[in-house]
Design a protein around this ligand. Structure first.
Ligand SMILES: NC(=O)c1ccc[n+]([C@@H]2O[C@H](COP(=O)([O-])OP(=O)(O)OC[C@H]3O[C@@H](n4cnc5c(N)ncnc54)[C@H](O)[C@@H]3O)[C@@H](O)[C@H]2O)c1
Length: 252
């Protein structure tokens, strides 16, 4: 679901392309589900279908990990879980701080899925003095005055921003100055960071807008199909693309 980009070259230093890195969590999620069902091995086709990826792409991705599977048997599920976790740096625990403990920040703090994936919510930070000391998901909220100390005491390198857009850059600057080098930004604004800091942006409304675009297109196609134009009229149309699609126009 995560959208956005990291400020990194297209290929990592160890030779794994960014596009492959972006698919590793999808494989890991599918493999974890298989592991929970005690499935010992999986074929590339089965795993590709479970991860929603093309199987040739999956084999190519796994070749970067040095994992080729066994002909007729497939991939060892447990070993692949270990390999991908190690590649993603998930064999160690990552302390994370969440800044902005409103509706979204509290929901993130309450989400149990981070811990099981190697992310420990080390601290919750908010600018509202009335929230200081109040527990959210069992963790007392701390005031932004202590942000730098909290980052340093907990050895935090990953920060999550869930503040209003207007506060996000300033929060980002403070996190970075305090030593945070990876930021997951939920605020609807573009953050500027120095080299060496990775930013990933999550924006559910952008995802919805993309779905709306496809819905609109599907509705247009359905309308065309029910209008059932005569073959001659069909040929006359200059609006058709080479595959019969109506050219899509994105709203401004
Ligand atoms: N990316 C997404 O898909 C998505 C979805 C929902 C909301 N959002 C965004 O997430 C952000 C939070 O949304 P919300 O509904 O939780 O808002 P909210 O108003 O409920 O919470 C915002 C919190 O941030 C705190 N805050 C304000 N300035 C701060 C600062 N300088 N430092 C630390 N904390 C500060 C406020 O005290 C408040 O507790 C908004 O920017 C919103 O647009 C994004």
């Amino acid at each position: 679901m995560a959208t956005g980009r990291t400020h990194r070259p297209a290929t990592r230093s160890r030779g794994i392309p960014e596009a492959t890195v972006a698919r590793l969590p999808l494989y890991l999620r599918a493999l974890t589900a298989l592991s929970e069902r005690s499935v010992p091995t999986v074929s590339s086709e089965e795993l590709a279908a479970a991860a929603g990826v093309n199987s040739a792409k999956l084999r190519k991705d796994f070749s970067y990990l040095g994992s080729y599977g066994t002909r007729g048997v497939g991939y060892d599920v447990e070993y692949l879980v270990y390999q991908i976790s190690r590649e993603l740096g998930l064999t160690q625990d990552w302390p994370v701080v969440i800044v902005g403990i409103g509706n979204l920040g509290a929901a993130l703090a309450n989400y149990g899925g981070f811990a099981s994936r190697g992310f420990r919510v080390a601290a919750l930070i908010d600018a509202d003095p009335a929230m200081a000391g109040k527990p959210v998901a069992g963790i007392p909220v701390q005031h932004t005055d202590d942000l730098e100390k909290i980052i340093s005491d907990n050895g935090v390198s990953i920060g999550v921003i869930a503040t209003p857009a207007g506060a996000a850059q300033q929060v980002c600057d403070r996190l970075v100055a305090a030593g945070v080098t990876s930021i997951l930004n939920f605020a609807p604004t573009v953050l500027t960071v120095p080299d060496g800091v990775d930013v990933r942006k999550v924006d559910l409304s952008i995802e919805l807008q993309i779905l709306a675009f496809h819905e609109q297109r599907k509705a247009g196609e359905e309308h065309e199909a029910t209008a059932a134009p005569a073959p001659a009229a069909h040929q006359e149309s200059t609006e058709q693309g080479p595959d019969g699609d109506v050219p899509a126009v994105m709203p401004a």
